[in-house]
Design a binder for this molecule. Sequence first.
Ligand SMILES: C[S@@+](CC[C@H](N)C(=O)[O-])C[C@H]1O[C@@H](n2cnc3c(N)ncnc32)[C@H](O)[C@@H]1O
Length: 254
Amino acid sequence: MSILNKILGHPLTRGLSVDDPRTTLLRQSIIQDKAFLRALYEEWYERIIGALSNKNDVLELGSGAGFFQFVLPEVITSEVFETPGVKLIADACALPLPDHSLDAIVMTDVFHHIPDVGRFFLEATRCVRPGGKIVMIEPWRTPWSEWVYTHLHSEPFYPDSGWEIPSAGPLSGANGALPWIVFQRDRALFEAQYPQWRLKNIEPMMPFSYLLSGGVSMRNLLPGWMYRPIRVLERALGQKQWAMFALIELEHAS
Ligand SMILES: C[S@@+](CC[C@H](N)C(=O)[O-])C[C@H]1O[C@@H](n2cnc3c(N)ncnc32)[C@H](O)[C@@H]1O
């Protein structure tokens, strides 16, 4: 355990494996208790909803500790393991849904845990109707974020890797650099392999706010009322070159 974790680690989940479903349950209450972090998630959800053209049949992958369904009650929440409040057990690589049954697939912090993203894109192509979307908020690579994800975060961050991630549990198996690898470094390859998907928008964002929120594994670092001023400051500083996350939007072209 790092010194930072010893000092700032959230007492509720200390000692539990990230893959233990109890960790996800405890993280649900951590997010609700931390007003600053909750405000950040609310902004993520607003941005995702703003990118949807149709909100009727929307699947959220890896709903986990999040609360997307408070904001969009009709969303089909899902998880790879039994989780209270989640409507469907679903693996991104084998969706238990009929062809052309969805308007969109959304996710926050999930794509970089999917063990076979090629398989996921085939499943998304099958299930999402033409004109539909995949919208996600994911870690993004900048020199700043690479330092943070490498030194202050427990998940692996390997920008030189391929598209596959080392096999492990649903949360411990990860490469935080994967979204950047697929949609930026290997964009030409992605477009050649999945011509059904048009990369409509990549918007790098949030250089410091997630860090200041303490995320789901650290204690609260700032009160909720400071969220808006911090976001104003981040925008004024220019978010792109320092971003830790990106909003990524894809459209099903055929
Ligand atoms: C970092 S958590 C994010 C949880 C939640 N979306 C949030 O923002 O707090 C990553 C989530 O991805 C899920 N996940 C991992 N592999 C998955 C897969 N193959 N298909 C769907 N979800 C997966 C995990 O179970 C976990 O809930």
